[in-house]
Design a protein around this ligand. Structure first.
Ligand code: DHB
Length: 309
């Protein structure tokens, strides 16, 4: 069984790695990923300066998914650059997510990351939903175009763009037009749909504290939108732009569905948060079992081959 994929020119042993967000902030988190069966290590989105993030409680599970409003707690780009050599494992690429607090910060972070040979790709995050007073850039097409253009000009590594979910075909088309003109290698979709609200009816309280309880939603409840975004972008993007699918993956069958919808690789967020680094071994085993049962020997035999009923 051949599960390997080439993503942005980087070889992955199999298509499953962690989403930026849960358990990828501290050196311990990153070592856990380096020693796991995740096919790559992706860091928490970094800013120029370290951040504590939002007040707690800021993450909670609920039936069907998770809600978070972390507020970008991270160690700052320069600390990640220092840590990277210590999480290097042969055959396992390291990707860094960048999420500056301003246009200028984003370009500066990509510039600093570009000077390091210790990372293999940069994921430019256009879609953090949890910063008070800051709209998600991915919903502002003009700003997105300018930022992707500026970042790609300074970027010396393969560049991916992390997108928010879109829900309207005209928005998919607007973003695809921008991406097809940009110098990027892949997109990652979807980030958590922003500003959900989950309530504990017994205590009549929100599950999380920041932003009066509003937060990004993850887990199985968002999978239909992750799949639709992967599928629609695969239809609209030039074949040279690859797609990493994320949203609600809990089983090997979920991974299979994402690849069927057109994903080149996938990331796991909420389920990794809940189950820890052991989850990657199970997902690889389950994906292998699904492919064996269906008679597929490689991912390319079914990638993007979704049939319409
Ligand atoms: C955070 C959440 C996100 O969905 C994201 O893309 C970046 C940061 C956060 O709240 O930390």
């Amino acid at each position: 069984m051949n599960l390997s994929v080439e993503l942005a020119g980087v070889i992955l042993k199999h298509p499953i790695y962690n989403a930026s967000g849960p358990l990828c902030t501290t050196p311990q988190d990153l070592e856990g990923l380096a020693n796991s069966q995740s096919s790559a290590v992706l860091t928490k989105s970094c800013t120029i300066l370290p951040r504590e993030g939002n007040p707690t409680p800021r993450y909670a599970d609920f039936e069907g998914g998770s809600i978070n409003s972390m507020g970008l707690p991270n160690l700052g780009v320069d600390t990640y650059l220092k840590i990277l050599p210590s999480i290097k494992v042969p055959g396992k690429p390291v990707f860094v997510s960048s999420s500056g607090m301003s246009f200028e910060d984003q370009v500066e972070i990509v510039t600093r990351l570009s000077m390091s040979a210790e990372l293999q790709a940069i994921e430019l995050n256009l879609s953090c939903p949890n910063l008070v007073g800051k709209p998600q850039i991915g919903y502002d097409f003009d700003q997105s175009q300018k930022l992707i253009h500026a970042a790609s000009k300074v970027c010396k590594h393969p560049l991916g763009v992390k997108l928010p979910p879109y829900f309207d075909f005209s928005h998919f088309q607007s973003m695809a037009d921008i991406l097809n003109e940009a110098d990027i290698q892949y997109i990652t979709c979807i980030n958590s749909p922003g500003n959900g609200l989950v309530i504990d009816a017994e205590t009549e309280t929100t599950l999380i504290r920041p932003k009066n309880g509003f937060g990004g939603i993850g887990g199985p409840i968002i999978k239909p939108f992750g799949l639709s975004n992967v599928c629609k972008f695969r239809e609209l993007l030039d074949p040279g732009i690859q797609i990493v699918g994320v949203g609600g993956i809990e089983t090997g069958m979920d991974v299979f569905e994402y690849i069927l919808a057109g994903a080149d690789a996938v990331q796991v967020g909420t389920a990794y948060m809940q189950q820890g680094p052991e989850i990657f071994e199970r997902l690889v085993r389950e994906l292998t079992q699904v492919m064996t049962r269906k008679g597929y020997a490689s991912l390319s035999q079914f990638r993007g081959k979704l049939k319409v009923a």
